[in-house]
Design a binder for this molecule. Structure first.
Ligand code: FAD
Length: 369
């Protein structure tokens, strides 16, 4: 039997899932509610396990010329004094390279790899499970029936709620500021300056550009600043190291809030959640894309193994993915809690033990999935 599969969402997770399914021999439909002209603006950091998953999806060749390879993560205090550093090449040896690149470029590689049409401007408006199949209504009123619906519709997933798999995402209390800077200082490392309930991360992302990702912890009732660039300049005004030169070159700044999605299960009948819809976390470990890419590899494998028994394949998917995604969430929370310890206590501790603590948070992800 040829499985009728719908992938909802054409972000990193949806496109990678479509690729994983194609590699496994399936021909999914893919829909995306946004227009095809929407191009994500920021950069993205992909650690070694993301590269491994991209390689397993057969995408290492198109990725190779893109962005900049990153060999070291350097952690500094707000005055620019070194706390510790992580040798990424050693940490991810035998797994894959760590790379920073434009999100638009990554999106294009994934889109080209899908090998079939992505129907843009097409939202899933409603989903009903009837006799083990999923009846889907699209925004234009068209109805269709599928044997399997993969919800890659992001942390605010409408399908998660519609299928009764979980409620809204939980805000983490972080505001994130992102920018792509040209004309900043020449940098070759991923550099993070830790402040008081805030951090400033900057890295090269190819084409002599820098990707800047900064965040602050806020109270739940806090609203996003009206002028994010002014807020960034105010927040990091006293920071040293490369920060003053980066702030001077800063132009457009995007502001976002981050959320967590914590669920007991990801599958119900013929519906499966993947990517942020299933397991979003704050982006502190930069594992969101990696987890979405790994999901895509595993989903292709389990469906190929039991194409005639979708529920068994979805159970196998959950078994292979849940511990790993829980591990990412727990280490993300630990990292954020450490970040928010007052610097007078935190910084001496990180000078002594930061390298071991932070490298250990990735150790489990070095293992195959
Ligand atoms: C500020 C920030 C910084 C980050 N930085 C990093 C990083 O450096 N490295 C990293 O690995 N990860 C990072 N992440 C996380 C990473 O971006 C995500 O984990 C990853 O992109 C996977 O997202 P997704 O595809 O599951 O969801 P999304 O990117 O949210 O995609 C969901 C898609 O579904 C579409 N959609 C939604 N509802 C419907 C519907 N009803 N019908 C049709 N289409 C629909 C949406 O339009 C969207 O295109 C960051 C996240 C944030 C918020």
């Amino acid at each position: 039997m040829t499985l009728r599969i719908l992938v909802v969402g054409a972000g990193i997770s949806g496109l990678a899932t479509a690729r994983g399914l194609r590699v496994a021999g399936f021909r999914p439909d893919v829909v995306e509610e946004l227009p095809a002209t929407t191009v994500p603006g920021a950069g993205i950091f992909l650690p070694g396990n993301a590269s491994r998953a991209l390689r397993q999806l057969g995408l290492d060749a198109p990725l190779r010329p893109l962005g900049d390879l990153i060999f070291r993560q350097v952690f500094l205090d707000a005055e620019g004094g070194e706390l510790f550093e992580i040798d990424l090449a050693a940490l991810w040896a035998g797994v894959g390279e760590s790379r920073a690149l434009s999100r638009g470029d990554l999106q294009q590689v994934l889109l080209t790899s899908v090998g079939g049409e992505v129907r843009y401007d097409t939202a899933v408006r409603d989903l009903e499970i009837v006799d083990g199949a999923a009846k889907v209504e699209f925004g234009d009123g068209v109805l269709a029936e599928y044997d399997l619906v993969i919800a890659a519709d992001g942390r605010r997933s409408m399908i998660r709620t519609g299928a009764g798999l979980g409620g809204p995402a939980i805000p983490t209390g972080q505001i994130v500021y992102r920018s792509v800077v040209t004309g900043g200082p020449p940098l070759s490392d991923w550099i993070c300056l830790l402040g008081r309930r805030s951090q400033f991360v900057v890295m090269p992302m190819g084409g002599r550009r820098l990707y800047v990702h900064a965040d602050e912890s806020v109270e739940p009732e806090a609203v996003n600043p009206a002028d994010p660039r002014a807020r960034m300049r105010e927040l990091f005004a006293d920071f040293a190291g490369p920060v003053p030169a980066v702030l001077a070159a800063l132009e457009k700044v995007q502001v976002a809030r981050t959320d967590e999605v914590v669920l007991d299960g990801w599958a119900k009948g013929p519906v499966l959640l993947v990517g942020d819809a299933a397991h979003a976390t704050a982006p502190t470990l930069a594992q969101g894309a990696a987890m979405a890419l790994e999901d895509a590899v595993v989903l292709g494998e389990v469906l190929k193994a039991t194409p005639d028994d979708v529920p068994a394949a979805l159970r196998a998917f959950e078994q292979r993915r849940q511990d790993r995604c829980t591990q990412v969430r727990e280490h993300t929370r630990e990292r954020d809690q450490t970040r928010d310890v007052p610097p007078a206590l935190r910084d001496p501790m990180l000078r002594r033990r930061g390298q071991r603590i932070f490298a250990d948070q990735y150790r489990g992800l070095v293992e195959p999935f």
